[in-house]
Design a protein around this ligand. Structure first.
Ligand code: URA
Length: 297
């Protein structure tokens, strides 16, 4: 019988795996046919002998990191055999996105949002080869009705922001951390984000954008797995590799990620639009984009 892991140890191992992912280590091998309850080995060199003290050590390590980490990946089995995703064999990004959409299924029931009033899955929209990708929080009422992200009031403002950058909505790709509307458009919960984000990671890995812009704190904290205020998250680029991504493509080893205010926040506090524009200008400089010339008055 396979040994069952203590939930705390499982959580600690999941955190260790995430840490390894951040260090660029993706593949883990289970040594030998059986893992005894008192001796667990990870290929990272972490050797866990006698679970009790090791759990305690891991717990302490985790407690120290807790303040810096908001989310943990949904790791169901840390010794899962890593199987390639269906889209990895496909070179056309539109076909690859379609495979991810198919994988999601017509009526995803992976998290509780499916029984909390969502009308449809809002997968994502735009150019499958976009250099620039925007990631929001989750669909609202308008998006839930239309099946497309950012089509309501916040979407109108996002469209204006994109236009101000000298590009069109069709040029970029737009998605959300969760693909189903949380009831009353509440903030998506951690388990919902963790369940849904692997699909977003796969979308990013297929599109291979040069820049991802996280719209608002929920998107930023989930993508970066950092719990910091917006004032600290904005104003710089992060190197971002979608978690689980294993590249055979030397031309894409990840993307830059920038954080700016969510358009819905800017609608509530328009004084912050100037700050958001600074974030977008940073992105434009990186992408070599010029704002459109204003027509002569
Ligand atoms: N807010 C979001 O975060 N995403 C949408 O798609 C719409 C509003």
């Amino acid at each position: 019988m396979p040994p069952t892991l203590d939930p705390d140890l499982r959580r600690a191992l999941a955190e260790r795996v995430r840490y390894c992912h951040e260090m660029g280590i993706y593949d883990f091998y289970r040594r030998g046919p059986c893992v005894s309850e008192s001796h667990t080995v990870l290929s990272t060199g972490a050797e866990l002998v006698d679970p009790s003290p090791t759990q305690e050590e891991l717990r302490q390590e985790m407690a120290a990191k807790k303040s810096a980490v908001l989310t943990q990946p949904a790791v169901r089995n840390v010794f899962r055999v890593i199987t390639p995703n269906s889209e990895e064999a496909v070179t056309d990004p539109l076909a690859a996105l379609n495979l991810i959409r198919e994988d999601l299924g017509p009526d995803c029931t992976r998290c509780k949002l499916h029984k909390q009033g969502r009308k449809q899955i809002v997968f994502g929209v735009g150019n499958p080869r976009a250099d620039l990708m925007f990631v929001g929080e989750g669909p609202g009422a308008d998006e839930d009705l239309q099946g497309e992200p950012f089509v309501g009031r916040a979407g109108q403002l996002l469209n204006n922001m994109i236009k101000a950058m000298g590009i069109r909505r069709e040029d970029v790709y737009i998605a959300n951390i969760v693909k189903c509307r949380p009831p009353g458009s509440r903030t998506p919960e951690r388990d919902e984000c963790e369940t849904c984000s692997p699909f977003l990671m796969r979308q990013i890995a297929v599109i291979k954008p040069k820049v991802v812009v996280a719209l608002g704190a929920v998107a930023a904290k989930n993508l970066l797995a950092m719990n910091a205020p917006m004032s600290e998250l904005r104003g710089r680029f992060y190197d971002f590799i979608p978690s689980g991504f294993r590249s055979s493509d030397p031309s894409w080893q990840g993307t830059k990620l920038a954080v700016t205010y969510h358009p819905a926040f800017l609608l509530r506090d328009p004084r912050q639009k100037g700050e958001a524009w600074k974030d977008l200008q940073m992105v434009m400089r990186y992408l070599g984009l010029e704002p459109p010339k204003k027509p002569a008055e």
